[in-house]
Write a protein that binds this ligand. Sequence first.
Ligand SMILES: [Zn+2]
Length: 203
Amino acid sequence: MRGELARLAREGQRPSQLFLTCADSRLVTSMITSSGPGDLFVVRNVGNLVPPPGHESGDDSVAAAIEYAVDVLGVRSVTVCGHSGCGAMQALLNSEPTGARTPLQRWLRHGLPSLERMADGGRRWARLAGRAPADAVEQLCLTNVVQQLEHLRAHPSVARAVREGELELHGMYFHVGEAQAYLLAETGEEHVFDHVGVTDLSA
Ligand SMILES: [Zn+2]
């Protein structure tokens, strides 16, 4: 590891991926993605949210990281990774429209479009391949990944790089109890999270 870090210090970072996930302590990004130093540019926040660009009092921290990763580092892919038992999704489900606004409640407003998407009867629900979602929280965790990817696509640097074929976007769901990652496959209006067979994360 020491030699690898010395090389990275000399040559600088050239990560190929931007990985955006929740701040939850049970998510260890190197374990989920089998990555090491220099591989991933990582953004973590409560609920793996991507505020849309130009949003009134939008979030410059996430937008800056996206711009830097795509325009300066030239990453080839961006992954938004949600997870089971997400406290942010639970809080969103329990949220009431009125009341005091703490920083946490203000931040969670970027998850409201995910709630609205789930409530929209005209859309097919995002789902897991092989089994039904355990409960409303799991359904929202999946829907939130799909919704936040949509916010991501609206960022100008992302939109341009995707248009030019230089960038791929991925959705991921990590089930903590199963130690299992699911990758999002999109076909038209269908959003299915498929088991990732190649990495045995429980090993
Ligand atoms: Zn979470």
